[in-house]
Design a protein around this ligand. Sequence first.
Ligand code: SF4
Length: 472
Amino acid sequence: MLKVEKYVPTDREQAFLDSVESPKYDRQIINGLAPFLEEKAPEDVLGFYSTDEVGQLKNLKGTERDVESRMPVKMTRYYFEMAKKSVPLQNLVKASPDETRELAGAEDPGFQMDYSPVEGLLHKYEMGLMYVTSTCSAHCRFCYREELIARKEIVRQDGTIAKKGLAQIPEIANYVRAHNKAVAENGGRHPESGREKLREILLSGGDPLVLTNGKIASWLAALAEAGIESIRIGTKEMAFYPDRFDDSFLSMLDEFHKKYADVGLRLMVHFNHPDEFLAKDDDGNYIEEASGILKWNPSAKRAMEGVVSRGWLCVENQSPIIKGINDDSDALRIMQRAMKRMGAENHYFFCGRDIVAHKAFNVPIETAWNILNESQKGLSGVESHARLSITHYKGKTEVSAVTNEPIPGIPGTENGVVIFKILRNAAAAPDRGKVCIVGRNPDAIWFDGYADRVIFDEAGLFDYARVEATTH
Ligand code: SF4
């Protein structure tokens, strides 16, 4: 890769960066299993793992079933306080010996590294995704970025083996400019990859909100200056440490919007379960306001109101459906209704990916569809915008329908069918809207569970071979 010159901010950029305050936050993070295994955690936290669990996790230490080398363990005090009263939240942050019972899965789900033209950037669609950090305030056991967060070495398409690196401003700004220039000079398509303009970037990781306001601001400004039209920030911080959404952070966003009013900002929040934001009484029941509306935790409410009150900032929630955490249609119904009422959209629910040890977390595809479908019964149209998505190697795919009745005269449909539809795929999404119909398999947790029962496949989900990288 060419050596990139030092990045020099423009005057407008510098004026924005000079206005940013970067306070420090004390998240009171309980890091790793050692505080529990060595009994060094604060006394009130120690009981979070039972003696039996501690014994089992100790036995796995240093073996190939070591849960921490699969995915580091971490939680904030704020999340712990909520998790004490919630089994789903415990399942989200607590390491379990069961999670490494079956280690099958992909280190690079979706062959993402095939689409990484610059370290730390994935450029598959018209939107790019950047890894700007490799940690979060707490860690979800089901995380599909476990290879990044655990700093694992993965095999790249050229055969080399290395950890995933983080994006750096000079390299990314250069890439965006060069890509978009080549697209503009070639009539709207990149001459080699056929891609359109790179319009949108998602700041991801890890969680960008673990970075200082100053660092986040540097990214926003550099991307805006490079010509990015819309920037998304993907974060679970509103669940892990909502006080991070304080006045200094909101003022930074306000200032960015003032200086770069044309650039769209989207906050992709990540709530998995209503226990992550609703207040509970001592018996563990949600508290109703006099109006009948369920009461939010004050910190989460302040954070959510802070962002949704900025009309120019879109706030969207998205979440995988995970075994033991939110495979519960009542919980999802409450969450979708509460999100929309507060002003956040319900974007996607996801089927878990085929990450290492995915069998411990993923619910079958048809179960996930049924849970979401049930959860949306009783929601209004605007509350039920979310779709169920599964990320095929080929691109983002919707699980559109699961039927129960045979289709007369069509073999393989005796128990009903599942209909997949491609929502996006690489480059200019040539296959968007194409469907694939398979006979049902209630146990399938990944596409391979349907390989022997494909009925119709104009989408090409089952004759897919890994394509040559088109990332230049
Ligand atoms: S917040 Fe997201 S990136 Fe962080 S551990 Fe959870 S799933 Fe992974």
